[in-house]
Design a protein around this ligand. Sequence first.
Ligand SMILES: Nc1ncnc2c1ncn2[C@@H]1O[C@H](COP(=O)(O)OP(=O)(O)OP(=O)(O)O)[C@@H](O)[C@H]1O
Ligand SMILES: O=P(O)(O)OC[C@H]1O[C@H](OP(=O)(O)OP(=O)(O)O)[C@H](O)[C@@H]1O
Ligand SMILES: [Mg+2]
Length: 297
Amino acid sequence: MKPRDRLRIAMQKSGRLTEPALELLRRCGLTFRQSRDKLFCFGEGEPVDLLLVRDDDIPGLIAQGVCELGIVGRNVLDEFRLTAGLESEPLAELRPLGFGRCRLSIAVPQEFDYREPAQLAGQRIATSYPGLLGAWLRERGVEAGVVTLAGSVEIAPKLGTADAICDLVQSGGTLVANQLREADVLLESEAVLAGPQALPADERGDLAELLLKRLDGVIQVRESRLLLLQTPRHALDAVTRLLPGGPQPTLLPVAGQPDQLMLQALCAGEVSWRQLEEIKKAGAREMFVLPVEKMLA
Ligand SMILES: Nc1ncnc2c1ncn2[C@@H]1O[C@H](COP(=O)(O)OP(=O)(O)OP(=O)(O)O)[C@@H](O)[C@H]1O
Ligand SMILES: O=P(O)(O)OC[C@H]1O[C@H](OP(=O)(O)OP(=O)(O)O)[C@H](O)[C@@H]1O
Ligand SMILES: [Mg+2]
């Protein structure tokens, strides 16, 4: 293979991960010129190009050194890691990315009274994830038949070609539509940044490191919320105890109301309605939760 000095990132050409992955890269300061065939996008600012491919091909492209990084579901990455030959370059999950959340689950027909994995012994389970399912069954000492299908796995029990399935679930709507119910979870998945276990020791490796740092900043800001509220001084301890994780809050006086304080807290994650209601019960008023656009400590 010809030596390259530009970094290549593989991502899904068209599917659930495409838009959020492009948005994430844009937030990291990467913009691309769309090429006519749309399989290769040339990076405009930084020397970073995009390969647009089927998501299933992404781990293999990294393992072959065709690209250095890839944005792909953990389900696809882990399946590749379990089924790729020993000679294949080992891959790493470099960062979880917080979108494309779903789970890989066992689902059974409504009438199957599932309580434990041992009940799957001797059953036929249809899946597109034979590696992950096989490992899960082995760990539990369950011997079951694994029927590998490329898609439309949910239909297999109805067709009589399987007794249960192992497939991705998000809302559960597809299972309900096929008279199935979720019985056990094998893997909690989300989109991840995948790469080789050792990044190349050249400009591409340096670029990948730079990108990882930017990504960390983007993820931190994306998940941060600024909480503003007013509290009587006597309730300050109770209110502070209920604040979601983050650095110490800032306290400010409220003009003309010496017994009141304005509190400002940077929270590390979402602030739920339930948390707000609890904080309000402790005495807080005038509460605002604001997204954080940029942060420079
Ligand atoms: N219902 C869902 N909700 C959220 N995320 C999902 C859902 N189904 C799958 N995903 C995640 O999104 C990834 C891509 O899903 P998608 O359905 O777009 O893939 P695909 O049909 O295999 O596409 P491709 O044409 O690239 O092979 C999955 O591997 C999984 O990580
Ligand atoms: O729990 P739910 O919210 O219903 O989502 C789960 C479904 O989503 C995915 O399929 P998708 O809709 O992408 O169809 P495909 O696999 O046939 O492409 C997955 O393979 C499940 O079938
Ligand atoms: Mg696919």
